[in-house]
Ligand binder design. Structure first.
Ligand code: CP
Length: 309
């Protein structure tokens, strides 16, 4: 049973709850590989997708997941909605609520907005990436992809590379991997890898090359170009030299090691063209798993709501 009518982060999940979501996600992944992919489980449910920040993978995979489960779906366009006239997010959702929506999938730049909304509305709030806080469904698809590849997490060494400081993806993934018992290595320059991350039970590295041969999987994070102007990085070329995965570094990885990235990839920065398209890359498989885990989250929240009526 899902622990709440909202899904805001991995941090508050138990290991059993996380495994239950992954198990349902794995079942939906099998369904996605069949010709008939469509169910009617959420036929009485209306979901509003509110993306206040750009998105390709998360937005479309949530919408596909909702439609695959038979939900009624409405999409919000930030530029053409009344939020462009100054309406608050809370007022927007309260207006949608009286039109009888059940769930809100939200992406926003503000850390903490999902928690605030969850205390003020009846609809379920699902975090689709919030500020620098968490991106929980990204972590779910990442760990489902790892599970499909390696079967278990005990003894698995995963390196998360790049801008850890500003990454909601890194935070959610660290919580998920630690719950599942994997060894987590955070790798990046001192400006983007603060020492306080050690409290999450991970190992910090400021150089990639010494630890790379030990890793079973690398997860490179997208470098946000605006960080360049803020003085966090000397240049993208320097970053690629120190932390980019390319053909030379692939040669130093374990033979079974895999390359992951949440997308969108800056080709030539976090990963070379060769690395993105190499046999070790499971980046597109991660995207397919995104639909499956989002179906699992929607279904489990729907069941929680139905059981608490
Ligand atoms: N990984 C991810 O969140 O991608 P989008 O920004 O395209 O949704």
């Amino acid at each position: 049973m899902f622990p709440s009518r909202h899904f805001i982060g991995i941090e508050t999940l138990s290991r059993e709850e996380l495994l239950e979501i992954l198990s349902l996600g794995a079942k939906y992944r099998l369904l996605l590989d069949q010709d008939d992919k469509n169910l009617t489980d959420l036929k009485n449910c209306t979901v509003a997708n509110l993306f206040f920040e750009n998105s390709t993978r998360t937005r479309f995979s949530f919408e596909l997941a909702e439609r695959r489960l038979g939900a009624t779906v409405i999409n919000f366009n930030n530029e053409s909605s009344s939020s462009a006239k100054g309406e608050t997010v809370l007022d927007t959702i309260k207006n949608l609520e009286v039109m009888k929506i059940d769930m809100v999938v939200i992406r926003h730049t503000l850390s903490g907005i999902c928690n605030m909304l969850s205390r003020s509305v009846q609809a379920s709030i699902i975090n689709a990436g919030e500020g620098t806080h968490e991106h929980p469904t990204q972590a779910l698809l990442d760990v489902l992809s790892l599970q499909q590849h390696f079967n278990e997490f005990k003894g698995l060494s995963v390196g998360i590379i790049g801008d850890i400081l500003h990454s909601r993806v890194a935070r959610s993934l660290v919580f998920a991997l630690r719950l599942l018992g994997a060894n987590v290595h955070l790798i990046g320059p001192k400006t983007l890898l603060p020492a306080h991350f050690e409290r999450f039970g991970v190992t910090l590295h400021h150089q990639l090359d010494p630890i790379l041969p030990e890793l079973d999987a690398t997860v490179s994070l997208r470098i946000q170009m605006e960080r360049m102007e803020s003085g966090y990085l000397p240049s993208l070329i320097e970053f690629h030299k120190a932390y980019g995965i390319d053909e030379r570094r692939i040669g130093k990885m374990k033979s079974h090691a895999i390359i992951m990235h949440p997308g969108p990839v800056n080709r030539g920065v976090e990963l070379s063209h060769y690395a993105v398209d190499s046999e070790k890359s499971i980046i597109l498989d991660q995207v397919t798993n995104g639909v499956a885990v989002r179906m699992a989250v929607l279904k489990m929240i729907y069941e929680f709501r139905s059981s608490s009526l």
